[in-house]
Design a binder for this molecule. Sequence first.
Ligand code: ZN
Ligand code: ZN
Length: 501
Amino acid sequence: MTANKHAWSDRKSFHNFTLPGEIARRSTIANSLGMGVFRLRITFHGATRRVTGSAHLLEVGSRRILLDCGLFDSDKNEVDGPNRSLTFDPRELDAVVVSHAHSDHIGRLPLLTRQGYRGPIFVTHATGDILSVMLRDSARIKREDARNASLLDPYAEPVEPLFDMYDVECVIDALVRRPYQEPIQILDDVTLTYHNAGHILGSAIVQLDVSESGGAPRRFVFTGDLGRRDMGLLPDPEIVRDIDFLVSESTYGGRTLVGYDTLLKQLSAIVARAIRLKGKIVIPAFSLGRTQRMVYCLQELFDVYKVRPIPVYVDSPLAYRLTEIHRAHKEAYTPAARRLMENDEAYFGSKYVEYCMSWDDSRRLNHLPGPMAIIASSGMCDAGRIRHHLRHVVEDPDNAIVIVSYQAEGTLGRKIAEGAEQLRILDQDLDLNAAVYVLDGFSGHADKDDLAWWYEQTGGGYDRAFIVHGEPESMEALAPVLQSHSKNPVVVPELLSTYEL
Ligand SMILES: [Zn+2]
Ligand SMILES: [Zn+2]
């Protein structure tokens, strides 16, 4: 394997892709040894019967391709617990293919470079831009987490950060940026094509075509995270046909979410209430994706549906940096969204929207009168500036909290969504009197109907189909839907289980 790594060391050559001689030679040796070079095999290293930790290892003969390398949710009491060790040897990988830049898909990439991976990491153009911001931010947080954990017990060994900035820079150096719909040969018998998944900016469905000389090509498809249909800003997920092997996400595989028109009506009623009561609307939102979607929806309400505008504050420097990337990828949006944003002063930033960068900007909002909307992170309210906005608004019934994304069990966001009477925020016990609205239709994930539609459009007829990236109930609900498109029983794999394809 070591000789092979040198073949990849000149990263500039990835753009004009040439087959490294070392890999071709290794295939031939493996073939002559009767090792079944074109054996296709998959092992699931994460996102099995849970949402996080996406990482699937595809073996094509003796070559190894890792699909995603995401973070697992970890217990707060155990710094980075399940993320500390990889369940494969990164030095034995030949290529890494990333579906999109959410941390549950990219968060452990720096562990690969830290532990010796020197090959290419394939991404779409926008994913490359977002990933660089997200992982640098993550390295800073990991350093602080480790420092804080070390302070808890001054006599214990200092806690090492999960990875550092150097590991992240190695990841960024290894990126090979690809457009959608343009096949590229990534190994001698493997071609990669990205299709727009419509989930977040840059998100992709991964298509790998494996062609044995003389034999029929076989098509492996990994959905990554699929977006919803008809959501205004991003286009519907693209369709891939003639799939032999499918690995499908299932986050909302057991639910039917309300449509975009209904969501806009609900949001419009919440804005009208804030105007009437001079209240504040606080929207906890992830800096990546959900923040930009909510800004766009409010812009649409004001400009297209002529709802009386209120000031909108986006209180997150990270969200601002990510919004800059969203502005640089105008080609990514639906024609209707482009028209709307071009007519306004700027993409994701109009006369109604202000981005708060400093703590002073953020604190100023507490003293401004309503009506207004504040969008801040973290999306589940466990960290970040959202907590101090919540502390200021929860006790006043004229205010509203709008939940627009999934809230994991045990988080402050979950308690709010479930209507707890009392909340503990930043060491203060507060009564929850503000109105709470749960609009989970704003999710970036396909629901059961969207997934059924996508399978139908692909033409079905899969040889094998696997369900990942969901809670067990969602997987169970989705399995019969997927089964009607699969020739063999649908598999819900266990962690570290391997299947011959
Ligand atoms: Zn995602
Ligand atoms: Zn995901």
